[in-house]
Write a protein that binds this ligand. Structure first.
Ligand SMILES: Cc1cc2nc3c(=O)[nH]c(=O)nc-3n(C[C@H](O)[C@H](O)[C@H](O)COP(=O)(O)OP(=O)(O)OC[C@H]3O[C@@H](n4cnc5c(N)ncnc54)[C@H](O)[C@@H]3O)c2cc1C
Length: 180
């Protein structure tokens, strides 16, 4: 766990605002994630998650432990006549996953190409474009509860998806780190 102090977030937000984080960590594995969350809870530190930084507006120094989500990887987990289920880790760049799915001739994500940001942020506002929304192709996500550090699973019907909306903007806002 490599904590950086007084870290500039200039390169990590679309507006390129040069605001700083009091503490900053790159999270590259589930082990890193659990270790840093345990450290944050034991020391009562506020956590702030950054994915692609395309939907944040930094107006002042972030007096928090900022986790930069770099959890990468994807697997095909099921294939049958109805379709193919793919599991993407939450730090993957959304658009790169769309390109990969097109290369694999897997239909469904293509209307959502070029939406900036990460896989992990996509369920929060149920990203959408050109008549398709994440919920149309989404099966479930796994997350880590920020306080209990337990793994939790949310199936589509539990996510409360609406137009650019989900429970991750309201009741589950501060409770979960998405990392499917
Ligand atoms: C030019 C442009 C075009 C866009 N076009 C569209 C569009 O067509 N359709 C659309 O729906 N949206 C669009 N958006 C919005 C943006 O793409 C989405 O909101 C995207 O999901 C943000 O992803 P991100 O990884 O950059 O999130 P960030 O900006 O890094 O984070 C946004 C919020 O989500 C939280 N967060 C991020 N990752 C996680 C995680 N793993 N767990 C818990 N919380 C997390 C952060 O703490 C923050 O509060 C556009 C944005 C821009 C700048």
């Amino acid at each position: 766990m490599n904590i950086e102090y007084n870290k500039s977030l200039l390169e990590l937000n679309s507006f390129h605002l040069n605001e700083y984080a009091t503490e900053f960590v790159q999270v590259q594995s589930e082990k890193d994630l659990l270790e840093i969350l345990h450290f944050a809870n034991s020391n009562q530190k506020e956590i702030c998650i950054i994915g692609g930084g395309s939907n944040i507006l930094l107006t002042k120094k972030l007096d928090a432990l900022v986790l930069h989500n770099q959890l990468k990887g994807h697997d095909i987990i099921a294939e049958n006549e109805e379709g193919t289920d793919v599991r993407f880790m939450s730090g993957e760049v959304w658009h790169q996953c769309v390109l990969w799915s097109v290369e694999q001739q897997l239909g469904g994500m293509e209307n959502l190409s070029l939406i900036p940001g990460t896989i992990g942020a996509a369920p929060i506002q149920n990203i959408g474009a050109y008549g398709v929304e994440l919920k149309d192709i989404f099966v479930e996500l796994e997350a880590i509860h920020l306080q209990t550090l337990e793994k939790v699973c949310f199936r589509k019907e539990q996510c409360g998806f609406g137009y650019r909306d989900s429970i991750f903007k309201s009741t589950e806002k501060t409770a979960t780190l998405l990392y499917l």
